[in-house]
Design a protein around this ligand. Structure first.
Ligand code: 13P
Ligand code: SF4
Length: 358
């Protein structure tokens, strides 16, 4: 019954696109006027360590226009921890790791969600908010993990391992989630695996996350050969060299890294777990083994920490920029829709995860 209602709503949404439903707004003046300078001065305080004063007049008019338009449209901006500081600190309403964003997406009152992150995150928001309009500023913002597997692959795995439950990392398409028993993120993967009755679990598609989970459970973990193109580049040798140069350095890694990398880290956890660890421990020097923007985003909150930045950028996250966010709100694009035939099954897998983590 519910599925039918959602399906028909999605059909209405796709028949009249978001631009037709909400209208297109004309482009605002993007000059750096004294009023813009005054109204964005408090935001500059948050990013002044990363954006030189000479560059602020380029960003400020976009930030000013986005925040105005966001209020006019009644929109909310959800941004992942890997977004650049001017997005993270100056236009986002809610920031977090994948699990936090998925949970917040269930609580959003606004009619329009602009997802500053990659496509699977926007799709997750749409799954949890089928009645709302979800926009992503660049539809090409993908993910190497998400692209490593299809729904057809999962069906073949089920044929090969009958009866084995499938835990799918949230970094996947709705098509893959629809074939899944339950989703997980880097912050709850062990708990999700432990919640299942079976002694053997398929944990896909991130091979390294699965191997790292396997070290924390007695269950047999089967996996897939997907990798994050950002985290797979870090090596234990590289981290050992940093440690030799400064034995007091705290090495904090994301579980998408190879297990050899995790073995030399002082802490491993989701992006928000990493942030909380730094905020709690305030080490003199820290190396965040993850995407480059994370350190920049938290630097102002922990000025006493010296961040060493091996600097691997996620090209997909970096597709999201202030000009594209403004275009997104002006023209109500690009709208994220999920095929109703798969949406209800995919939603169930995400909802099971959200319920487990509450
Ligand atoms: P988190 O869930 O830890 O934020 O990770 C998402 C991600 O894409 C990391 O590469
Ligand atoms: Fe995907 Fe890796 Fe980019 Fe995260 S950092 S979105 S896992 S490619």
């Amino acid at each position: 019954m519910v599925a039918t209602a959602i399906a028909s709503n999605n059909e209405v949404n796709s028949a009249r696109n978001a631009a037709e439903r909400y209208g297109v707004k004309s482009r605002p003046d993007l000059s750096y006027t004294p009023a813009v300078a005054r109204e964005t001065a408090h935001l500059y305080e948050r990013v002044k360590h990363h954006i030189p004063a000479i560059e602020w007049p380029v960003h400020a008019p976009y930030i000013h226009a986005i925040n105005r338009l966001k209020a006019e449209r009644g929109a909310v901006i959800l941004a992942h921890n890997y977004q650049t500081p001017e997005i993270f600190h100056c236009v986002a309403d809610i920031v977090g790791d994948s699990l936090q964003l998925a949970r917040e997406a269930t609580k959003v009152d606004a009619e329009i969600i602009v997802q500053c992150g990659v496509h699977f995150m926007a799709e997750t928001s749409k799954l949890l908010n089928p009645e709302k309009t979800v926009l992503i500023p660049d539809m090409r913002a993908g993910c190497s993990l998400s692209e490593s597997i299809t729904g057809a692959d999962v069906r073949l795995l089920r044929e090969r391992y009958p009866g084995v439950p499938v835990v799918t990392y949230v970094n996947t398409s709705a098509d893959v989630k629809a074939e899944t028993d339950i989703c997980c993120t880097s912050s709850n993967a062990v708990a999700v695996v432990e919640s299942l009755a079976s002694d053997t679990v398929l944990c896909i598609p991130d091979e390294y996350l699965a191997l790292n989970v396997a070290k924390q459970t007695k269950k047999t973990i089967l996996t897939w050969k997907g990798h994050c193109e950002v985290h797979e580049r870090f090596t234990a040798e590289e981290l050992n060299a940093y440690r030799e140069a400064d034995p007091s350095i705290e090495i904090i890694a994301h579980p998408e890294c190879h297990p050899d990398v995790i073995a030399v880290a002082d802490y491993a956890g989701s992006t928000s777990g990493m942030i909380n660890y730094v905020k709690d421990k305030k080490p003199a020097r820290a190396l965040l083994v993850t995407e480059c923007s994370m350190a920049s985003n938290i630097q102002s909150e922990v000025p006493e920490v010296d961040f060493v930045k091996p600097c691997n950028l996620c090209p997909h996250m970096k597709r999201i920029t202030l000009p594209k966010i403004l275009d997104s709100l002006l023209e109500m694009r690009e709208e994220v829709l999920v095929d109703p035939a798969i949406a209800s099954r995919a939603r169930l897998a995400v909802e099971r995860m959200v319920a487990l983590s509450q």
